[in-house]
Structures are given as C-alpha cells and as structure tokens.
Design a protein around this ligand. Structure first.
Ligand SMILES: *Cc1c(COP(=O)(O)O)cnc(C)c1O
Length: 458
C-alpha cells in the first residue's frame, strides 16, 4: 500500500514513511492510494478476537512491516486494556454503547496511541535516530499519547494543552507523568492555537528535519488506521445480537478523526447506513452536514472539552474525497476557507448526518440514562447519545461511541445527576498524590520551537 497527500505535492510513500511524516511535507494530509475492499472477508472476520481483527485490518495498510512484528505490536498494545474484549458493546435502553475507554487513560485515543508508540519504536530501532513528537491536545490526546510514549526508546514527547481549558483530571493524567522523555506545556490560548503551532512547526521543513518531528495527533494516518477496527468489531457484535444486516453509528466529534475512521470502514465494505456526526455548541461540522456550508465560528467552552474545536484537521481528508480525489480542487477549497473562513459545497452525501447536542441536552442525557438504566455517560458520549435520541431510525440498530470513561469528567456528572462521587476509577484516584511537571508558555510557535531546542540532547 502506498500513501499520497491530499494536496498532491508528494511522491507516493510506503506506510513506514507515512507514519514518520505525520503531516505530509506539502502541508496536506496523508491518505492511502485506495481502500482495500474487504466485503468478501466479513464472514470470516466475525469470529476473530479484537486483537486478531486489528491485525487483519492493519496488515492491509502497514504492508511494509513484517507480519510477525505487526502481530506482536498489536498484541502488546491491546493487552494494556482492562477488558478482555478491548472495546465491548453494551445495550443501554434502545441504544448500543461501544465502550472505547478501557485503555490506560480511559479515552478512545488509547486504542490508536498504544499502537502508535510501538510503531514509532519499531521504525526508529530499524533505521536509527530519534523522534521528537510535538502534539496539541484538547485533553485526551495528550494523556493517551504520553502513556503511549513514556519510557519508550528514541522518542521524546512535547504536549501542548490550552492552559486552564482541560479538565482537572485530564491535566493530572498528563502532568503526573514525569518520565525524562515527557514534556508538558500549558499554552496561554485555545486548542486551535495549540494545533496551529503544531502545523506551523511541521511546515518549517528545516526545523522539522533538524529535530526529526513526529506527529501523534490524528493528522497521523496510523491513528485513523488503528481506529477502523472497532467499527468492524462493534458492527459484528450488534449484527449477531439483532440479526440486522446493517447498523448506524453516532460519533461525538471534534477533529473528525474518529468518524473518518468510520468512513474508511464503510469504504472498505462494512455495511453501515448512517454515520451520525454529533457536536456540542462548536457545531461547524454539524452545520456542514445540514447545509453544505463550512463556516468558522468562535470556540465555545463546553462540558465536552475534547470537542471544543472549530477547525477539524481530519476534515480535509473527507473533503479530498468529496472533491472527487482532486488535489487541485481540494487545495483551492482549503485556500478559500483559509481566506474567507467559509466554504460552501452542495450537500449530497447520504452516509452522513449532523446534529448538535448542547449543554442542556448533554446534562439531560447523562441524568436520564443514569436514572433509567443505571449507566453513566461521560459528557462527550452524552453529546452523541442526546443527538442519537433525536433522530433514531428504529429499524436499524444505533451504536453510540462511548469515547471516555465518566470518571474523567466528575464535575459534569455531578452537575447532571446532582450527586458527587458517582464517577470514579481507581487509576485516577492513584494519581492524586503524585508529583506534577508542566511549563507555562505563550501561544507562539517560536516559543515552543525554542523550548524544544533547549530540551533535546542528542
Ligand atoms: C478526542 C475526543 C473526541 C473527538 O474525537 P475526534 O477524533 O477529534 O473527532 C470525542 N470524545 C473524547 C472523549 C475525545 O477524547
């Protein structure tokens, strides 16, 4: 399998090069040249364990990694999860909840980032050298990336979060990791500022090459690849439970990475009739799928901070396909959007639907699901559930992605239910007395570049 850029400016590369490149060198996003059609293998894949299924899917994309190595990494990555099914599906009322939070940091990002740290280490051991990972986080990517990379050979990680704008538990999960190869930066700005700094550093090709920058944000194709697995896994489980041939998914969305993995699963031949994209008040993507207009708004702080995003970096991947895989047209669209903050594309993709779950709906979904079913939703998952409840097509089972464990967001749970202390998890309690390490920094790529230069020793 070879990989191209949405902007059309790189020669096709193999998986391992795409992995290390992160953001394409022409500023675009990396995509496989084609999606393998697996519709003929679905019956055979149904009986596989999560790790076996992940291996079958990733070997189609990571074709330049020896299969024994890939199998080893997949096995190790998913052994860190505390559930034998890795991503189990639970029936809660009329909905199926796909629990993606059984990894070390209790958010779905562990599914990809436990894999990514191992893929980087494999590649660096093979070719030598070191990698400096630069990441922006709205909360969960940072801790998942840090836990994927901590203590690993030949890698350092610099994680920027918007100061004071991530939840206290998220902040604690990041800053309590004091391994020598982990650096936390609290940026005085928004998540979009942090993400912009990452992109600026990657576009500075001289700096990028001098310090061998690596990306763990979902701009890295390997993350999307790893997330494809659970769409297949969940669809199989729900098809078995219901006898239905097709399923729907609701995906709480920020950067469009998770739902793009669902789109890839569909392109590979998984029978899905709808991907319902759920946003909080930062509803640029929900509006796009309702009206075809992609128009920038202001960032609002919400109860679901990992979705407080206006510029969704993975959306470029989707728009590339909407352009008819036309890199010149896509580049023109992205330039229009950068200039005007707005882009209109006639809406004609029946696979997607968009919906917005505001704060009141989120709180009501948490309270109602707890009172009626004794099940606690984290606020991100609750955004999805609240949107799913407004438009359920009762003939087709709806699978809602549960993207984080409720114990990561105890304040939202307490606000919704009126009870404190309902949402706990031993791995969070264990962090409370640990030492913390974090450096404050202005929202400027120059300051972050200087900080990195001061903290690398080759
Ligand atoms: C990152 C995150 C999301 C958004 O996922 P994207 O891939 O950015 O769309 C939703 N919920 C939680 C808990 C997250 O950590």
């Amino acid at each position: 399998m070879r990989y191209i850029s949405t902007r059309g400016g790189i020669e096709p590369v193999a998986f391992r090069e795409a992995l290390m490149m992160g953001l394409a060198r022409d500023g675009g996003l990396i995509l496989p040249e084609r999606y393998p059609d697996v519709s003929g293998r679905l019956a055979a894949w149904r009986g596989l364990s999560y790790a076996e299924l992940a291996f079958e899917i990733m070997r189609l994309y990571a074709t330049d990694i020896p299969e024994a190595e890939l199998r080893r990494m997949v096995g190790e990555a998913y052994a860190t999860f505390d559930h034998p099914e890795v991503t189990p599906v639970r029936k809660v009322g009329d909905l199926y909840i796909l629990e993606l939070f059984h990894g070390p940091t209790l958010a779905f990002k562990d599914v990809a980032l436990q894999m990514l740290g191992r893929l980087f280490e494999y590649q660096l051991e093979a070719e030598g050298g070191e990698l400096n990972i630069v990441a922006a986080t709205s909360g969960d990517t940072g801790s998942a990336a840090i836990h994927g990379v901590r203590g690993r050979k030949r890698q350092r990680i610099f994680v920027m979060h918007p100061a004071g704008k991530v939840s206290p538990v998220q902040e604690m999960q990041m800053t309590s990791v004091t391994d020598d190869n982990v650096f936390n930066l609290a940026v005085s700005g928004t998540f979009d500022d942090c993400q912009d700094i990452v992109k600026t550093l990657f576009r500075d090709l001289a700096f990028r090459d001098a310090h061998r920058l690596g990306a763990v944000n979902s701009i890295n194709w390997a993350r999307v690849m790893a997330q494809v697995t659970y769409y297949f896994y969940a669809a199989f489980r729900v098809q078995e439970a219901t006898g239905c041939a097709t399923v729907n998914f609701t995906v709480p969305t920020g950067n469009f990475g998770d739902i793009f993995a669902g789109y890839v699963a569909v392109r590979m031949g998984l029978p899905v009739s709808k991907l319902l994209l759920a946003t909080n008040e930062n509803d640029i993507l929900a509006r796009f799928f309702q009206s075809g207009e992609y128009a920038l708004g202001k960032v609002h702080q919400s109860l679901s901070p990992s979705m407080d995003i206006q510029i969704a970096s993975n959306f470029e991947r989707y728009l590339y396909h909407r352009s008819g895989d036309d890199a010149a047209l896509l580049t023109q669209w992205m330039e229009t959007f950068a200039k005007d903050g707005k882009l209109t594309i006639p809406h004609n993709d029946a696979l997607f639907e968009g919906g917005r779950g505001d704060t009141a709906m989120t709180l009501a979904a948490i309270k109602d699901t707890y009172e009626r079913h004794g099940y606690l939703l984290d606020p991100h998952t609750a955004v999805g559930v609240s949107v799913a409840q407004t438009r359920r097509d009762t003939n087709i089972p709806m699978i809602c992605l549960a993207t984080a464990h409720p114990a990561k967001f105890p304040d939202a749970i307490a606000a919704a239910t009126g009870q404190a202390g309902l949402a706990t998890h031993p791995s969070i309690e264990a962090l409370r007395d640990k030492p913390r390490r974090c450096a404050p920094i202005p929202a400027s790529a120059q300051h972050v570049a200087d900080y990195l230069r001061c903290h690398v020793h080759y």
